[in-house]
Design a binder for this molecule. Structure first.
Ligand code: HEM
Length: 460
């Protein structure tokens, strides 16, 4: 059944398509092969063969929940040692998925978001405090570094009533280093076959053990602190105290640990990347920045601390964010498996359990969906009319179906709020020598992105 699916030309017996593969940037490497081989292709690393899908019609078919479901494989499966049956890494059949989903979903309702809003604003003001200081000292700002501080503090504060003190530190919090280590290790294991792991990744495996121990230790401290004080009805309270509305079941202590790690990591890493890419594009497209800034001034008037609704009304800023997530969806792929024997798009037979990886970065550049200028940054692709005219299931930065991102509204609200605040306060100047380089650690991040800031005159 695989025979008709193209693969790279120089396939070598036993090892597969490892020749010339870029193990540090597997997504961008696969994008290159996607352009070469077309909307469905396969790559083989030793005995493991992966089918990649990026054509709009094929990906839309994989979104059919009656025939396909999330597949826990590759990078996601590699995170099981640290995130276990937490929401992101749970197998579909594991009872803790439905239990945790039902218990935690109200923590992402509109009311819950409105409750997080003032806390998000507090954290964002710590960022602008820092950027004001950098700006007056004439220094450029480290965009991904500072966005990671912001998003980590935001999820820690809103979800867990915790403060990592990131803005008071010169270096990233050790939690971030341990997380990056674990994500990078999970990515590396995708291309190294299981039996060779002890040989090729021995040192890395030992460091990974230490990183996982540090993540567990941090989480245990966060939970212990809560046992002695009362929370304000945040995610951690839900995890510790809320029984399932129907069955009355509760999460076990071990599962809570998995969920806290999951949310601390999933809740900040991808949002940080999304904000960083958006700031990169805003700095390179002054016309777009001016239009977005005009919207912020109009919607916020002379208010310095916008309300929840004033963020929701920033339609154009939101389009800038969507367009950035189109070109660089910071969770760049997701896997889908067949629930039963089926035929993908009436063309490719799949046995029950067979799976394919949707390469979101390429799906979002399919010329059949986005036109011949798909590589161009243009937020107007997301105006209401353009969205209506486009085929369904072709914009998937948050995955699809029952296992799609639970934090979508959280991320979008946080990021829109922060972009609004930054646009209102600063003009962004790019470093003329910078060319976008994208670093990979399961997630995507613009590497070495620094921006110069000018303060705007306060709005009269
Ligand atoms: C799942 C992307 C922000 C928590 C997912 C998935 C994607 C994704 C693609 C599905 C993965 C799969 O199918 O294997 C993103 C992006 C974000 C973002 C691009 C930011 C721009 C967040 C935030 C939170 C979060 C802020 C929490 C506060 C989760 C969780 C899951 C998930 C818990 C697993 C859901 C389940 O399987 O039930 N995310 N996410 N994410 N995300 Fe996000």
């Amino acid at each position: 059944e695989l025979e008709r699916i193209p693969h790279p030309p120089r396939r070598i017996p036993l090892v597969g398509d490892v020749f010339g593969a870029d193990v540090r940037r597997p997504v961008q490497d696969s994008m290159r092969y996607g352009r070469l081989l077309g909307p469905v292709f396969r790559r083989k690393f030793f005995s493991r063969e992966i089918v990649f899908v990026w054509g709009g019609s094929l990906a839309a078919d994989l979104a059919d929940e009656s025939r396909f479901a999330k597949h826990v494989g590759l990078g996601v499966a590699n995170l099981r040692p640290v995130a276990g049956d937490g929401l992101f890494t749970a197998y579909n059949h594991e009872p803790n998925w439905q239990l945790a989903h039902d218990v935690l979903a109200p923590g992402f309702s509109r009311e819950a978001m409105a409750g997080y809003h003032p806390m998000m604003l507090d954290v964002a003001e710590r960022l602008t405090g820092r950027w004001d200081a950098e700006q007056s000292a004439g220094r450029a700002v480290d965009v991904p570094g500072d966005m990671t501080k912001l998003t980590l503090e935001t999820i820690a504060r809103t979800g867990f009533g915790h403060d990592f003190g990131s803005f008071e530190r010169a270096r990233p919090h050790p939690f971030v280093n341990a997380m990056v280590g674990t994500l990078t290790f999970a990515q590396r294991r995708n291309v190294v076959p299981g039996p060779l792991t002890p040989l090729l990744l021995r040192g890395a495996a030992r460091r990974n053990e230490a990183d996982m121990a540090y993540l567990n230790h941090t989480v245990d401290e966060v939970v212990r602190a809560r046992r002695t004080t009362r929370g304000e009805g945040d995610l951690l309270d839900r995890m510790l105290e809320t029984a399932h509305p129907v069955t009355g079941e509760r999460l076990t202590a071990e599962n809570v640990r998995r969920q806290v790690i999951t949310f601390l990591v999933a809740g900040h890493e991808t949002t940080s990347g999304a904000l960083s890419f958006a700031l990169h594009y805003l700095s390179r497209h002054p016309d777009v920045a001016a239009r977005a800034r005009e919207e912020v001034d109009r919607v916020w008037g002379d208010v310095d601390r916008p309300g929840y609704d004033q963020v929701a009304r920033l339609r154009y800023v939101r389009r800038v964010l969507d367009e950035s997530l189109r070109l660089w969806p910071t969770a760049p792929a997701f896997a889908r498996e067949a629930r039963e024997d089926t035929v993908l798009y009436d063309t490719h037979p799949m046995r029950r359990g067979a799976w394919a990886l949707v390469l979101t970065t390429m799906l979002h550049r399919d010329p059949q969906v986005w036109g011949a200028d798909a590589e161009r940054f243009d937020p107007d692709r997301f105006d209401a009319k353009a969205v209506r005219a486009r085929a369904a299931h072709t914009f998937k930065p948050f995955g699809t179906g029952a296992r799609a991102c639970i934090g979508r509204q959280f991320a979008l609200h946080e990021a829109t709020l922060v972009l609004g605040l930054l646009l209102r306060r600063y003009e962004l100047r790019p470093d003329p020598g910078y060319r976008l380089r994208v670093a990979e650690r399961l997630t995507l991040m613009p590497e070495g992105l620094r921006l110069h800031l000018d303060r705007r005159a306060p709005v009269a």
